[in-house]
Write a protein that binds this ligand. Structure first.
Ligand SMILES: Nc1ncnc2c1ncn2[C@@H]1O[C@H](COP(=O)(O)OP(=O)(O)OP(=O)(O)O)[C@@H](O)[C@H]1O
Length: 339
């Protein structure tokens, strides 16, 4: 993939989203959960960018920060909007209202995303009313259109969420997100609550819709094979930081970071030779409150060197193919982004 042919949609610069830890009657801040800790990245229009990493490494917080569902502590989120780049963290109320239509989120649990006490019709009508679809005809026209896209019959609108299967409910959530004609869908574990047999159906539907509407997907998931299937590029996160970014194929064929290698090695395979070479990831992700010094992965890394304990590695870039890795192993072999 030649990245210079692509149109940048999001340009994230040194993004930090920290959650303060408060103690005592005076609610004094005694520390911070550094869920997203100095992340810079670009997202291109029309691509699917996968985000992987162990539980608690900050994937959801990154996704939510990009649509300001979590307020960033520092950094810029430049979004290509109405002909130029704008920092969404500085948006006025009116700009924010408009932006909310452009970026929508699909969550893991479709059951709690739809109000169980309301008919689907009511849940679908609400966002349209908020965004100025002022007549019943206009709203129903949109509802019919998006339901058709996810292959659900229009008369099902009069049903309640519990009357649908898990796969149907997730398709309904996707349809509702599409009502306000977004450009970006942030999908946080969209199929992990579904039976394996249903997952492929939903993923294929998402791919078809993406093609039809030229949508950009940010696809967060635990399951690396699902991410590989969906993504053009993949970001690997560890303790609030990006440790590797590459085209999907390159990441799986030639992972550079020892953490990525360990994650990939955990995918089950039926080959006994591969099984023997498995690199088991030992220990748990350290606390994002007290991160290890130097490279945050050093205390679990099989390749750890003295330097790794003291110095946070810069991001190295392969200028040929854009493969990026934050690891001291590549010092002298690849250039830093700044060179
Ligand atoms: N609102 C919050 N207040 C305080 N800490 C939070 C909040 N939201 C997330 N965290 C913490 O931030 C860190 C990153 O959480 P996040 O949910 O972004 O990770 P994740 O990679 O998406 O994990 P998972 O895969 O389990 O969903 C965790 O330590 C989590 O406990």
């Amino acid at each position: 993939m030649k990245t210079n042919e692509k149109e940048v949609l999001f340009k994230v610069e040194n993004l930090k989203t920290w959650f303060p830890i408060k103690k005592g009657i005076m609610k004094k801040t005694v520390g911070n959960v550094k869920a997203v800790d100095d992340i810079s990245l670009e997202v291109y229009r029309g691509e699917t960018i996968g985000i992987v990493g162990e539980s608690g490494c900050g994937k959801s917080t990154l996704g939510k920060s990009l649509m300001l569902l979590e307020k960033p502590t520092d950094g810029k989120i430049m979004f290509h909007y109405q002909g130029g780049f704008k920092d969404i963290t500085k948006f006025s109320k009116q700009e924010m209202f408009e932006f909310r239509k452009t970026v929508q989120m699909v969550f893991q649990d479709p059951y709690s995303a739809l109000n169980p006490q309301k008919k689907i019709y009511t849940s679908f009508e609400e966002p349209l009313k908020i965004h100025g679809y002022d007549t019943r005809e206009k709203r129903e026209e949109v509802m019919q259109r998006v339901l058709k896209m996810v292959n659900i019959q229009p008369d099902y609108l009069m049903r309640y969420p519990h009357e649908f299967s898990g796969g149907q409910r997730q398709r309904l959530c996707i349809a509702r997100a599409l009502e306000v004609t977004p450009e970006v869908l942030i999908c946080d574990e969209p199929v992990s609550a579904l039976d394996v047999s249903i997952q492929a159906q939903v993923l294929n539907l998402m791919k078809d819709i993406q093609k039809e509407l030229n949508l950009t997907y940010l696809f967060i998931a635990h399951d690396l094979s699902v991410v590989q299937y969906m993504s053009d590029r993949i970001i690997v996160m560890y303790l609030g930081k990006v440790v590797e970014v590459a085209d999907s194929r390159a990441l799986y064929d030639e992972p550079l970071h020892p953490y990525t290698r360990a994650l990939l090695s955990a995918i089950p395979v039926a080959d006994i030779h591969v099984e023997k070479k498995r690199q088991i990831l030992e220990g748990e992700v350290p606390s994002p409150i007290n991160k290890p010094s130097g490279c945050a992965f050093h205390n679990r890394c099989p390749m750890c060197m003295e330097q790794c304990k003291k110095q946070d590695p810069p991001m190295y870039v392969d200028k040929e193919n854009g493969h990026m890795v934050a690891c001291h192993l590549y010092e002298g072999k690849m250039m830093t982004g700044a060179e």
